[in-house]
Write a protein that binds this ligand. Structure first.
Ligand code: RM4
Ligand code: MN
Length: 388
């Protein structure tokens, strides 16, 4: 067992970034179920994200998605977030919800459409300058639906050209994080379908271009911790978009369906010493809460990540290594499972009390009355929603 004080310190400094879009209404392509008390603008989203940080103590930033979080004054939004107790984190670009992007954005065969998409990416970097954000996160819906629809290799060249232009525009302390996703909404080819494609582009660009692993963006059975281990070795893991998939990219709560997978991923992160800020890995949630209440779901998600991290920190690395080197298959497996099977909830409750927080953030939030307050206060206006 590792020194518990060291484990607690690591947990205290392990920050999880919240997605602004988790607080708005969301749904499937069949139906969006509206909830009460939903924020009407990015300012109110920041207020809700601040509640998650207030009770967990480890979620001090909120990622924004542009144009969903478009405001007139981004410095004012950053100042508002700061007053609420958090900061604006990663800026997510959105080049997938405009009629012009039917055949793609920066990979589109039409140079005018490519120029429009590139201008949006540049605008996102301007926003980062105003909010003081470090990371630009890029996910592209680009791809094709039919064989022959477009030239696969030419699309890669267009992609490289646009990424390079954005990379040149980045400030010295800013990074570009390139996400991959195996399919959807393009079903025949996707222009950045896997970590290999993302890595090739990031390697060509330079140190400040890194890969994002969205846990929901893989085929069933893919060993995500292997990808994580390789990217960490190559110093190319920029961040995670945590969520839980069941069939495909369904953005359910991280650690909900497969907490063991989350533990295995975090074990690789812990071994590479990449948990704290110096590791350069951003730990983000990328989730939507369609049928469950949003703020409690974000609190639960942060707790799920913390529990998996605590277990990963408890792995007795010396015992594990000794068993591995001795070829003791079952002993090595047992060393890992012992940590995974530890109930870390008392340890986390202790840590929270040391941090001046309630031992159970979920219960403390429910008892606070904030949910009832926003439900009664946020009556006029248009609730924020997916795509709104
Ligand atoms: C994509 C991808 C991006 C997220 C959008 C909403 O599938 O995961 O990270 O910004 O969805
Ligand atoms: Mn994502």
């Amino acid at each position: 067992m590792r020194d518990l004080t060291a484990v607690k310190n690591a947990l205290r400094n392990h920050h999880i970034e919240l997605p602004s879009w988790a607080f708005g209404n969301s749904g499937t392509r069949f139906k969006v179920f509206a909830q009460t008390g939903v924020p009407r603008n990015p300012y109110e989203k920041a207020d809700d994200a601040a509640q998650v940080h207030k009770y967990t103590g480890v979620a001090p930033s909120m990622a924004v998605h542009i144009p969903w979080d478009k405001v007139d004054d981004y410095e004012a939004l950053a100042a508002h977030a700061k007053r609420a107790g958090i900061r604006i984190g990663t800026v997510n670009a959105n080049v997938f919800q405009d009629d012009d992007y039917k055949l793609g954005s920066i990979c589109n065969p039409d140079p005018k459409v490519r120029a429009k998409a590139l201008a949006h990416l540049m605008e996102c970097v301007d926003i980062m300058d105003a909010t003081g954000s470090r990371d630009l996160k890029l996910w592209f819906a680009d791809g094709t639906n039919y064989p022959g629809q477009d030239d696969i290799a030419a699309r890669q060249d267009r992609l490289a050209e646009a990424l390079s232009a954005v990379y040149q525009r980045l400030g010295e302390n800013q990074r570009m994080l390139l996400e991959y996703k195996l399919f959807e909404p393009s079903f025949y080819t996707t222009d950045v379908p896997d970590w290999g494609t993302s890595l090739l582009h990031c390697q060509a660009l330079g140190d400040r271009a890194q890969v994002v692993v969205d846990t929901g963006h893989h085929a069933p059975g893919v060993n995500i911790e292997f990808i994580v281990a390789l990217l960490l070795k190559a110093r190319k893991l920029g961040g995670f978009d945590f969520n839980s998939r069941f069939y495909a990219d369904d953005d359910l709560m991280v650690g909900a369906a497969d907490p063991f997978q989350l533990f295995r991923i975090l074990h690789e992160v812990v071994k590479a010493d990449a948990l704290g800020a110096v590791g350069g890995v951003t730990f983000m949630l990328d989730q939507c809460h369609n049928i469950e209440p949003k703020i409690p779901a974000q609190i639960r998600s942060v707790m799920n990540v913390q529990e998996a991290t605590a277990k990963a920190l408890l792995v007795d690395i010396d015992e594990l290594k000794a068993a591995q080197l001795a070829g003791d298959v079952l002993g090595a497996n047992a060393a890992l499972m012992d940590a995974y099977n530890t109930d870390v909830r008392p340890l986390l409750a202790d840590l929270r009390e040391e941090m001046g927080l309630a031992p159970d953030p979920y219960a403390a939030y429910l008892a606070s009355g904030y949910g009832e307050k926003i439900s009664s206060e946020r009556t006029g206006g248009t609730p924020a929603g997916w795509g709104a």
